[in-house]
Write a protein that binds this ligand. Structure first.
Ligand SMILES: [Zn+2]
Length: 491
């Protein structure tokens, strides 16, 4: 197959991509969706299994109430309408890691529908992506093709994952660029993480994404034939896979060919997609209502109880910070990157004199140092109490920013919190006016041009003089005193 998947920009612009995403999220329940087996990741193969999740004849499923609560919470966070009655359905297909020969899922009466996710576009404007539905289902087991002495001739099956609760979140085909898809996934993951119903760990498969993509000439209403890209394990790769697939489809159409509806796999090493199989249609699965389970009832009252557990979501939190803390949109975005970071920042911002200064410190002094050491915010040697304290010391002029940087370096080197390091290393501030005056006199004598500017009305030059004095005092002169004396001497 000759697929260079490169099209000129001019040809590319004739077409409009249409992208829809299906995301599977594993719920953080202790036990599986229809039995009491543990959901713990990494247990020895086939040790968390029982007749129900092994699909033995006659075993009956019992729905896990916690899984329903988590699914409803996620649906509410995504702005979905939750049905009071939804129905589990059998999705029939054969696969070696699916012992029952069917998966219990939901079909025409899913748990929730009509949600939305707001994404930010490159230009700064927002776009709403529709969430078609959110339904509950059980996971299948895992086929292991590697890591055994006989792996070259046999595959092994691990059924620990069989019956682990999932929600599937299906978007409307509202995205038009791989970038929008990337942004949608980022926001979706952020929202789910905030609800706490999943850890969204892509490496362990707690979040998996399939992408549907087609192209059509601009102005054409009818969708083109779509392909589905399966199980790509990072958002970056999804973006890359979509870029490749869009270019490939355009190339096929431009050369007079037709797109086959099919499932394709992305090879991250080669950066391209490969045809895997022709895509199933819903009728291939012979869905029918699961006879072993009653319809799921989630009353308005239960929904309201669950809604009470919904935390403030990142978008609302950012808006509140911009309003109450006076920080920028950008700052708020960085500081809500994870819920832990956001919670910690909020704690420090409330404890300190200036929330804005805390925001600056976290971004300019803390995050970089954490990254350099490969640490997560939870592992930071400087606690948020320490950040708040250092922000206040800076705010009142008790320490200079140079000294602060120094103390932070010492904290990180020793793995000690800021207050302890500060107590030990507390800089001996120069509060002796005569010593500072002497420095000022020398600096004034050495910089006649700036003195002239200041006296001519350009009072902002004072910053230059403050800087010079701080430098001369190795950052130890008390800043308020420096300001006061400078104004007197220059004025
Ligand atoms: Zn089980």
């Amino acid at each position: 197959m000759a697929e260079s998947a490169r099209v000129s920009a001019a040809v590319g612009e004739k077409y409009e991509p249409v992208i829809g995403l299906e995301v599977h999220v594993q719920l953080l329940t202790q036990t599986k969706i229809f039995c009491g087996c543990s959901t713990q990741f990494g247990a020895p193969p086939n040790t968390s299994v029982c007749p129900v999740c092994l699909g033995l004849p006659g075993a009956l499923p019992v729905l896990n109430r916690k899984a329903v609560e988590f699914a409803v919470l996620a649906a509410q966070a995504l702005g979905c309408q939750v049905r009071e009655t939804s129905v589990f359905a059998r999705k029939n297909y054969f696969y070696p890691d699916l012992p029952k020969g069917y998966q219990i899922s939901q079909y025409d009466q899913p748990l929730a529908e009509y949600g939305r996710i707001e994404i930010k576009l490159a230009g700064g404007e927002t776009k709403t992506i529709g969430v078609t539905r959110l339904h509950m289902e059980e996971d299948a087991g895992k086929s292991l093709h590697e890591g055994f002495p006989d792996s070259s001739t046999s595959s092994h099956i691990d059924l620990n994952r069989s019956g682990v609760p999932l929600i599937e979140i299906v978007s409307e085909p509202d995205m038009r660029t791989p970038e929008e898809a990337f942004e949608y996934l980022t926001r979706l993951k952020e929202i789910i993480l905030y609800t706490g119903v999943s850890d969204c760990n892509m490496e362990e498969g707690s979040l998996r994404c399939d992408a549907n993509v087609s192209v059509r000439p601009h102005g054409q209403e009818k969708f083109g034939v779509k392909t589905e890209i399966k199980n790509v394990n990072s958002f970056r790769f999804i973006r890359q896979a979509l870029e490749y697939e869009i270019a490939r489809q355009i190339e096929v159409l431009e050369s007079g060919g037709a797109i086959q509806q099919e499932t394709r796999l992305f090879n991250a090493h080669e950066g391209r997609t490969y045809s895997m199989r022709s895509k199933e249609e819903a009728h291939d699965y012979r869905y029918f209502p699961e006879p072993d389970l009653l319809p799921l009832k989630v009353s308005a009252q239960w929904q309201a109880e669950i809604r009470g557990k919904l935390p403030e979501l990142p978008e609302a939190r950012r808006a509140r910070w911009v309003r109450d803390f006076g920080i920028t949109d950008y700052d708020a975005q960085v500081l809500t990157a994870s819920k832990t970071l956001a919670d910690q920042f909020e704690e420090a911002a409330k404890a300190a004199k200036s929330a804005k200064r805390v925001a600056n410190l976290v971004q300019s002094e803390l995050i970089g140092r954490l990254k350099a050491k490969g640490l997560e915010i939870e592992q930071s040697p400087i606690s948020m109490k320490g950040i708040a304290m250092s922000a206040d010391l800076l705010e009142t002029g008790a320490i200079s920013s140079k000294i602060l940087k120094d103390l932070y370096d010492k904290s990180f080197a020793a793995g000690e919190d800021f207050p302890a390091v500060y107590e030990r290393e507390k800089p001996q501030q120069i509060t002796d006016s005569s010593a500072i005056e002497k420095m000022i006199d020398e600096i004034i004598a050495a910089n006649p041009k700036q003195v002239e500017q200041y006296r001519g009305g350009k009072t902002t030059v004072i910053g230059f003089f403050v800087g010079q004095v701080m430098k001369a005092s190795k950052g130890q002169a008390k800043p308020e005193l420096v300001n006061e004396l400078l104004k007197k001497k220059l004025g």
